[in-house]
Every structure is written in C-alpha cells, then in structure tokens.
Design a protein around this ligand. Structure first.
Ligand code: GLA
Length: 385
C-alpha cells in the first residue's frame, strides 16, 4: 500500500518521499447521529486506509498529489485558499492546526501524495482517513505535539469550516484512536473515551460491509437537515443538547415537538441508550449477544430518523435472514454502507445472498467485503509494509 503512495509521490514530484503515514477509515458499530448531539458512539478503525507519502520543503509551498488524478495541486502557507475537491481536507487540516495553536508562520511547506483503499462515498469515512493521515504527516514534519483527542477536533474543525460539512467528531476519533479488535466508546460531550475489546475472532465473528454504492454527500442535503431538526428538538425541550433528555421527557413533550421532531429526538435518546447497552453487553456476554441492539438501531434510523434507503434496508434484512447476528446501516446514511455481524464461516454465503437479492430487486450490484478493527493512524517508517 505505501508503495502506491510512494510511486505517486515520485511521479508527481520527481524525488523520493521522506516518510509515510497512514489513516484508517472507520465503521460505526452503533451510535448514529448521536455525536453532534453530545451523545455516545462506538465506532472502530478499519483495515481500509489512506497512506500519505511526504517530504519537507524549504519554502512555503504545499504540493498535493493523489493516485486518482495526474499531476498535483499547489497552495502556499501564506495563502491557503482551499478550493473544492479532495485538497480541501489536507489544506483544511493545515488551517485548523493554526486554529489550535500551531504557529503557521514558523513552519515550512511540504509535498504530500496519497493513495487509498477506502471507497469514497461509501460511508466509511475516507474524509477522516485523509485528515488523520495528513495530521500524522504534519506532526512528524512540524514536530506538532497535540494529544489524539485534540487532533480529532482539528480534523473535525477542518471538515466543518473548510470543507463545509457540519459533521461531528466520531469519525476522526475512530481513525485516530482505534485499536486492534476493539471499538472506541466515546462520550461526545466530555470527549472521555474507552477502548472496548470486541472479541470478534474469539467468537468466530466477522464484520461484513455491504456498500450499496448509493452515493451520499454530507456537505449538502439530509445530514444538515437532520442536524437542524435535532437542534430544533433541543430548543423546544429547553436543553442545550439532546444528550440531556430522557425518554419520559420526550414522551411528555410529544405534542410540543410535533411528529417529525419527536421521532428525530426519540431516535437520539434511544440510540444513546443502545450504545450504553451494547458496551455493557459486550463486556458481560460478548459480541454474539449484541445482534438485537444492532437491528433495533437500524429500525430506529429507518423509521424515526429516516436516513435509510431501500438498498440499505434490503441489505440489512437479507443479511439477518441469511445468518447475520445483526446488521445496520453505518455512517451518515442516505446511502453508503451497511455492516453485518456475521459468523466468519458464513460471510461469503451471506454476502452472496445480499448480492442476489439486489439483483432480484433491480438494484445496482453492491460491493461486499470484510473489515477488521485495527489500530488508529500512525507514522510508518518505510515503504516496505
Ligand atoms: C458522518 C459524520 C459523523 C456522524 C455520522 C453519523 O459519518 O461525519 O460525525 O455524525 O455521520 O453518526
């Protein structure tokens, strides 16, 4: 993998890179749209990643290359001006580091080339992968010393302000703080987190991703609308965030909220509870026991939060009917991927059942593949891995 970033670097800049960093994508086990409501999430870093090859420069120029485009884009530390497209993510990270106290007037530019195995638009957070790979490169190049939770906030700030997507902090946390065979249990209010062992291998389980290939986009559309509906719910309930709300308060305020906002708020309140229940269940009974929670989460996203699409519902239904322990859409919704927790020995058969069902329904073929929970972003020393 690093070799493809290295080749791109050499082709674009005519020199060898000085170092490499990697940033994984993420899947969310449970806790959807709860992050920007100050709630709980339980994502994990996956073995689909972005690799960045990088080298310092002596001037103030930044050059950015990717395997998916010939040539490179140029910016300058004195005039970051990120336009649209993928370069807004690394340039956004540079800008956000300045907001978090890095003296951008005292650093030099850099060349950076990226390659990726995270499918774009699949709901597996290629954006956080790119942000965290860039952050790792810059911590090395500029000797930046920020703790990882702060780096996650840097990535989020870049995405919110420079890219213009009103997302929460979950994806960056997963990409930066993930750990082998584990998920990150994050309280998005305090940013306290714990690494929770999943024990998938020991239980004979695997995570099957079903990428519906229905494209989603967070900078526009439904994501921002859901966020606004949640803020409206908090306002009507007189609280600073939906984290402060209990199930009985929601029921009591049903008329005040109106049907749509009531159901949005109910999703957030019940989803927070499901995250806590999932963590407790993992600890007491292991991953074989969390299937019903995953299914209930999907039903809540489909019926109350209304962020699913027919392809995602079919993927979840067929996976569960074919032997999955549980399944749910993952990420922002309106397309993207579902995850199914499956007996490892049945993963191929379950994937095939979903592919067959998509064909029978007249949907475009989904991509199905396994993902494994891995360690978070890091600098790597050589191109040999
Ligand atoms: C996207 C956002 C996250 C989170 C999820 C939904 O992935 O980037 O911050 O809100 O959607 O849970």
């Amino acid at each position: 993998m690093t070799s493809s970033a290295a080749d791109t670097f050499r082709a674009a800049f005519g020199a060898d890179p000085a170092g490499f960093s990697r940033g994984p994508g993420r899947a969310n086990l449970i806790g959807e749209h709860t992050d920007y409501n100050n709630g709980f999430v339980l994502p994990f870093a996956i073995d689909r990643e972005i690799v960045a090859a990088f080298a310092p420069r002596t001037d103030r120029t930044i050059r950015l290359a990717t395997t998916i485009e010939p040539g490179f884009q140029t910016a300058n530390l004195d005039d970051l001006q990120p336009g649209g497209g993928w370069a807004a993510y690394p340039l956004g990270v540079v800008w956000a580091l300045g907001e978090f106290g890095v003296d951008l007037s005292a650093v030099t530019g850099f060349d950076l080339a990226v390659s990726s195995t995270v499918p774009v638009g699949a709901g597996l957070s290629s954006s956080a992968a790119l942000e965290s790979a860039t952050l790792m490169a810059l911590t090395q190049l500029w000797d930046v010393r920020l703790d990882r939770p702060t780096m996650a906030r840097v990535g989020q700030r870049a995405e919110n302000v420079v890219v213009g997507a009103p997302t929460g902090v979950m994806d960056q946390f997963a990409s930066l703080l993930g750990a082998q065979d584990s998920a990150v249990f994050l309280d998005c209010r305090s940013l306290d987190y714990e690494v929770v062992e999943l024990g998938l291998d020991a239980a004979g389980l695997a995570v099957l991703v079903i990428d519906t290939r229905v494209n989603h986009a967070h900078a526009t559309g439904g994501y921002g609308q859901r966020r606004a509906e949640c803020e409206e719910g908090a306002r009507l309930l007189g609280v600073s965030s939906l984290r402060e709300v209990t199930g009985s308060q929601v029921e009591a305020a049903r008329d005040v909220l109106g049907d749509v906002v009531y159901r949005r708020v109910r999703h957030i309140v019940t989803e927070n509870r499901r995250v806590l229940d999932t963590v407790a269940t993992l600890r007491t009974h292991g991953p074989l026991a969390i299937g019903e929670l995953l299914k209930a989460s999907h039903a809540s996203m489909r019926d109350d939060f209304e962020i699913s699409v027919p392809e995602l519902d079919l993927a979840v239904d067929v996976a569960c009917a074919s032997g999955a322990i549980g399944a749910r859409m993952t990420g922002g919704g309106f397309g993207g991927s579902a995850i199914a927790l499956v007996p490892a020995s049945q993963s191929e058969a379950i994937g095939q059942a979903v592919i067959d069902a998509f064909a029978a329904a007249g949907f475009a073929a989904p991509a199905t593949f396994l993902v494994h929970p891995v360690d978070g972003a890091r600098v790597v020393s050589s191109s040999a891995s």
